[in-house]
Design a protein around this ligand. Structure first.
Ligand code: NAP
Length: 488
């Protein structure tokens, strides 16, 4: 409780059923000596709890908690009438506010089920109604937001698990009575809970209002994305209202984007595996993103229409151009190692900026040939990675767009160091580690090097510029956030 208080919690939940056997006798002491208002919960084993007491003993703990001064007690909806009878029989007064709760750890409740459960809670005398349900898809968050927006009594609705984490973070936006946070990593009492400091510091939970526009990164996986730390810090620094959340998605990306926009989402970053399918949810797509065939940014425009952009290519190409100064990409011979998503953006981008030729180099040569054909035979050709490493043809710029050299395989490099002796500019899309083996060897050979960090920071800066027109982008801070998280 002290840790929760120090971290800024308004309420502490005493989960009697989760206390160890030797701690269980202490629950009453926790209540009498509380330093925060408390919710006392003794979750039934038939509703996901860990208690060992029989039903009467279990509910008696809650009757006693009311008498000891607990501000709230949490009783399962299914036990509401038994609880009321028990309390009436003991003659105990009703001292605490009653949270009636319902949990489903298997699946989300339908809209109709949610309404039915909420009605029953009200008719059973709930001061607060609370429903926690497993999320099996990102779209389940819409059910949560709807149930909260239509609530007539103080209400908590949460979608559990990673798909539903955003429902916990955005609780104040949709009017939830409270949200649950954990006091530390590994100390969550339900799946998807966020650590309290992260909730208050990163997501600025205290300043979220119904008007706060929401942004987020759509992907799978997203739990390790650095984008939430970067964009939230930038919004705070720039003094704009907004929050940026991780959004784990499944197959339903276009429907999810459309749905969330109707709940006050104003923009998205899109990462693997959404960069192509997200295009289906757009009203318009920027012409270069269309050519590349992939996007990473959704902007909700003033007229409500959604426009898709690709900021990856501008980010990487502008970083390369800064490295080339005072020269530009115009008339340069470019080697693109890789033929995947990042390669498409960089290869099209290089031609867009006037490169004379792009040689696509890939482990799987057929993919390199396919990309070169799309780029146009007049200005692009293809070769296998092995053949490229064996040859000695010169070039001006080399861009690695493969994951070779990425943590933990930091001793790998896609390019033989001898291929760099004529000092081309070398760019590496990998940014973990910041100095890949490729970049180290390029520096040693006297090449100008450009790190994937620049691409990552600039693609985010460009997104921020789209979302907050006219606001100065705190690029330096963005860079620092990424460097700090990589170093930690
Ligand atoms: P992708 O579509 O899966 O493409 C991966 C490419 O890497 C393919 O060409 C693949 O060759 C090649 N590759 C993978 N493992 C290889 C190996 N062991 N040896 C040789 N080639 C190998 O992935 P992507 O989206 O383009 O991303 C590629 C990299 O760019 C990732 O490391 C990603 O983190 C990075 N990236 C960075 C930023 C940034 O902001 N800095 C942005 C986007 C991406 P095959 O065709 O032979 O499989």
């Amino acid at each position: 409780m002290e840790a929760a208080k120090a971290a800024g919690a308004d309420l502490a939940e005493v989960r009697v059923d989760l206390l160890d056997d030797d701690e269980r006798v202490r629950w009453a002491q926790l209540v009498t000596e509380k330093t925060l208002p408390v919710v006392v919960t003794n979750r039934a084993s038939w509703e996901g709890g860990k208690g060992v007491l029989d039903e009467t003993e279990r509910l008696s703990v809650l009757v006693e908690a009311e008498q000891l001064g607990a501000e709230y007690i949490d009783v399962e909806l299914k036990a509401a009438s038994v609880y009321r009878e028990l309390r009436n029989a003991t003659g105990a007064a009703r001292n605490a506010k009653l949270i009636l709760s319902h949990h489903n750890f298997e699946r989300p409740l339908s809209k109709e089920e949610l309404a039915r459960v909420q009605e029953r809670m009200i008719s059973e005398g709930a001061d607060v109604s609370k429903i926690a349900m497993a999320a099996t898809s990102a779209l389940d968050n819409a059910l949560v937001f709807d149930a909260l927006l239509n609530a007539t009594v103080p209400t908590v609705v949460l979608a559990m698990g990673e798909f539903g984490q955003v429902s916990r973070i955005l609780a104040p936006k949709y009017g939830s009575f409270l949200t649950f946070a954990s006091v530390g990593v590994g100390r969550e009492s339900a799946p998807g809970q966020v650590v309290i400091e992260k909730l208050t510091d990163t997501y600025r939970f205290r300043s979220l209002t119904p008007e706060t526009p929401v942004y987020g990164v759509i992907g799978n996986p997203v739990s390790h994305s650095m984008s939430p730390a970067l964009h939230n810090a930038a919004m705070k620094e720039a003094g704009v209202d907004g929050v940026y959340v991780p959004l784990k998605v499944g197959q339903d990306i276009p429907a999810f984007i459309r749905s969330m926009v109707s709940y006050g989402f104003a923009g998205f970053s899109v990462t693997i595996p959404g960069k192509v399918v997200a295009m289906d949810a757009m009203d318009t797509i920027d012409s270069v993103a269309n050519k590349i065939g992939a996007m990473n940014t959704v902007v909700k425009q003033a007229d409500g229409q959604l426009k898709g952009y690709n900021t990856d290519w501008v980010a990487a190409i502008s970083a390369i151009e800064d490295g080339l100064k005072p020269d530009l990409l115009s008339e340069k011979r470019v080697v693109c190692i890789g033929a995947g998503g990042a390669a498409r953006g960089l290869a099209f981008g290089a031609l867009e900026r006037g490169a004379s030729h792009v040689l696509v180099v890939n482990r799987t040569v057929a993919k390199a040939q396919a990309l070169a054909t799309e780029l146009g035979p007049a200005r692009a050709s293809a070769v296998s990675l092995d053949d490229f490493n064996e040859s000695d043809a010169a070039f001006d710029i080399l861009m690695n767009t493969t994951s070779v050299g990425m943590h933990p395989s930091v001793d790998d490099t896609p390019v033989r160091s001898e291929r760099l002796l004529h000092k081309p500019l070398v760019f590496d899309a990998v940014y973990n580690p910041l100095k890949t083996r490729l970049l180290r060897e390029a520096s040693a050979a006297g090449c100008t090097t450009v790190s994937g960090l620049e691409m990552f920071v600039r693609q985010a800066a460009e997104q921020f510029r789209f979302w907050f027109e006219g606001v100065e982008v705190p690029v330096k801070l963005m860079r620092q956030v990424v460097v700090d998280s990589l170093e930690s």
